[in-house]
Structures are given as structure tokens and as C-alpha cells.
Design a protein around this ligand. Structure first.
Ligand SMILES: Nc1ncnc2c1ncn2[C@@H]1O[C@H](COP(=O)(O)OP(=O)(O)O)[C@@H](O)[C@H]1O
Ligand SMILES: N[C@@H](CCOP(=O)(O)O)C(=O)O
Length: 324
């Protein structure tokens, strides 16, 4: 369910009268998605997406997100482009929420990930990283390593009800990952830039076997580029039975390197970055699991999927496990 805010016909027409995108012919809410309310608009000028930003997006971050999407789409990435109203502003208000219209992207996201999806995703991620190098404004990662201890603390009281011993395992993982993180504890930093930070299959559209677009930039931030690959290893390279598929990771990394080759230091850091990526999604899922009251409008995802991934990466000793 991802229409949290209702929009009346009158309010929508008044809102759209400030744009030059043609006359509205159809309007429907989109059931998919987790964070925001999304609608497809059909006008005599084409198809568009209307997003109303809900409580988990900080309105102060919206100019950065919309600026990044505009910049990336100007620099070779197929992603939603914010559409400004007549006065030039893309960020507006509708039904009491911050709201924006963006371009509609064709394609469908893969319900079942195949190895053939992974090289195109890797290449698209590297294209995003290369294009983002010219976008200078910095947004620190609000869900990066510095945020993980507080998330663990917020889950402490109820975490073991999800799985006995879970919190002790998370404490041990945190104690191992944080001092080994690039840029921490004497470890050299790695190349940084704008990262997507949530490039899961439901955020990548395909058409005829090629990536047709990347959506959902609302976790994007300025961070270690290879951390974005590590997030993709988690999101794309485990099969439904929980096993790691090295054919997928080999393809994903080769696709990435076809656009932006990795340094030796980036390759060496993949196990700790992938452990951190698994921990990050485990923690936000666990937080939602234990802190969401019944009936609240947040879709909960299984945190334990990411415990299995975390265990896998913590046992990896070198890049061979990822097909390097
Ligand atoms: N630019 C777009 N073009 C086409 N469909 C889109 C676009 N943006 C969002 N969607 C649709 O809306 C759904 C939810 O979008 P998403 O950004 O993932 O929402 P949320 O941030 O709430 O998770 C997507 O799965 C897709 O079906
Ligand atoms: N990808 C995250 C949840 C965020 O959902 P999205 O619909 O905004 O991509 C997870 O799987 O935990």
C-alpha cells in the first residue's frame, strides 16, 4: 500500500493548473512502494508521476534529492526528471504534503532476478556514480555506520523476540564491522560520491533485457561508491532459498567495471562493505518490525532475510567468494 494521502479531484486540478504539462485525462494511485504516496498522471502532454512525500522523508532533503535526479538525468542516467511548474519550482505542496511531478519511466522491475539482470544493473550503477561526480552538493548518509549503534539500541528491548540471541549477534557484528570500515580506525578511505543507497530490484526497470530506468532516490547520499555495489550484492545476488549466487555477483561486478573499474582497495573492502550493507537493511527492517504498531501504514519486511546475508558476508575472507 503506498497511497497514504488522498488527493481530491479539485485539489489535483488546482495543483496542475500551475504546470504546463497539458490537460489531465487520467489519474490513479500506485499500490507499490513503501515510503511515499505515488500516483500516475496521464495528460494530453504524456504520462507523469506525482509523489507526495510522507513523514519519513525530511522535507529539508527534498531539494537535494530533486536536484540530484535532474542532474543525473541531464548526464546520461535514465531516471525520473523533476518537472518544474510555470514559476520554475519543482518542489510544491499538495494536500498538506511536499509534492513533486517527475517524468514517467517505461519498463518493469524484475520479480525474479536472473543472472542476466545483474550485468546491466552493475553498469547502470557505475553510470550513476560517474554522472554523480559533477553534482557537488553533499548529503551525509543518515543511515551510514554512525547511525547503526543508535538503531541497535532502539531495537534492543524487543529484538530477541524476533529471534533469540539476535541482539548479541548484532552487537558482535557491529563490534567487528565499525573498526574495519574504510576511513575508520586507520583504514584508508575509498572513492566517494553520490550513491543511490537503495538499489533493490523494485527500483530498477527493464525493457527488452536492458535497464530502462532507475527510480526512488530518497535514500541517496554522498558516501563510499563501493558501498553501493555492496548494497547491490545483498539485494540482487541471493537466491530465494537464501543462498548466494556467485554467477550473479560476478556479472554485477563485471557490468560495473565495464563503466568504472574498481581499485584493488575497493575490491579488498567488499566483504566489510557487504557486511555493513546487510546490517543496515537488517536494522531498519528490525526497527520497523519491533516499533510499528499494528495497523500502521508501513509495509514491514522480514529482517531475518538480512541476518542470513550478514552471516554470509562475515564469513567471506576474500573477493573470490564474490567471483573476483
Ligand atoms: N518515474 C516513474 N516512472 C514509472 N513508474 C514509477 C516512477 N516512479 C515510481 N513509479 C512506480 O511507483 C512505485 C513506487 O515507487 P517508489 O519510488 O519505489 O516508492 P516508495 O519511495 O514509496 O518506495 C514503483 O514500483 C513504480 O511502479
Ligand atoms: N529497500 C528497503 C526498503 C525501502 O523500500 P523502497 O520501496 O523505498 O525501496 C528494504 O528492502 O529493506
Amino acid at each position: 500500500m503506498a497511497v497514504y494521502t488522498d488527493v481530491s479531484d479539485g485539489a489535483l486540478r488546482a495543483f496542475l493548473s500551475e504546470y504546463q504539462i497539458g490537460d489531465l485525462t487520467a489519474f490513479r494511485g500506485i499500490a507499490e512502494g513503501v515510503e511515499n504516496s505515488n500516483f500516475v498522471l496521464r495528460t494530453t502532454g504524456g504520462d507523469f508521476i506525482l509523489t507526495l512525500y510522507e513523514r519519513r522523508v525530511d522535507p529539508d532533503d527534498l531539494p537535494w534529492f530533486l536536484g540530484l535526479m535532474g542532474y543525473l538525468s541531464d548526464h546520461g542516467l535514465s531516471c525520473p526528471r523533476p518537472v518544474p511548474a510555470r514559476d520554475g519550482a519543482a518542489l510544491r505542496t499538495l494536500a498538506g504534503r511536499p509534492a513533486a511531478v517527475t517524468t514517467f519511466l517505461s519498463g518493469v522491475w524484475p520479480r525474479q532476478v536472473l543472472p542476466a539482470h545483474c550485468a546491466p544493473v552493475g553498469a547502470a550503477l557505475a553510470t550513476l556514480h560517474a554522472a554523480g561526480q559533477g553534482y557537488d552538493a553533499v548529503r551525509p548518509n543518515a543511515l551510514g555506520p554512525a547511525a547503526w549503534p543508535a538503531l541497535v539500541a532502539a531495537c534492543r528491548a524487543d529484538g530477541d523476540s524476533v529471534q533469540p540471541g539476535l541482539m548479541a549477534e548484532l552487537d558482535a557484528a557491529l563490534a567487528e564491522i565499525l573498526p574495519a570500515w574504510p576511513g575508520q580506525g586507520g583504514h584508508a578511505d575509498l572513492p566517494r560520491g553520490q550513491i543511490h543507497a537503495d538499489l533493490f530490484p523494485d527500483n530498477v526497470f527493464f525493457l527488452d533485457g536492458a535497464v530502462s530506468g532507475i527510480i526512488d532516490f530518497y535514500f541517496a547520499c554522498t558516501d563510499i561508491l563501493a558501498y553501493d555495489i555492496a548494497i547491490c550484492l545483498n539485494a540482487w545476488c541471493f537466491d530465494a532459498d537464501g543462498s548466494f549466487d556467485v554467477a550473479k555477483s560476478r556479472a554485477l561486478i563485471a557490468g560495473y567495471e565495464s563503466v568504472r573499474p574498481l581499485s584493488e582497495a575497493e575490491r579488498r573492502a567488499l566483504p566489510v562493505l557487504a557486511s555493513g550493507g546487510a546490517l543496515r537493511f537488517l536494522l531498519t527492517r528490525l526497527y520497523d518490525w519491533v516499533n510499528t504498531p499494528p495497523g500502521a501504514m508501513v509495509t514491514r519486511k522480514d529482517p531475518l532475510d538480512y541476518l542470513r546475508r550478514l552471516r554470509f558476508h562475515r564469513a567471506v575472507r576474500d573477493g573470490g567468494a564474490y567471483g573476483l
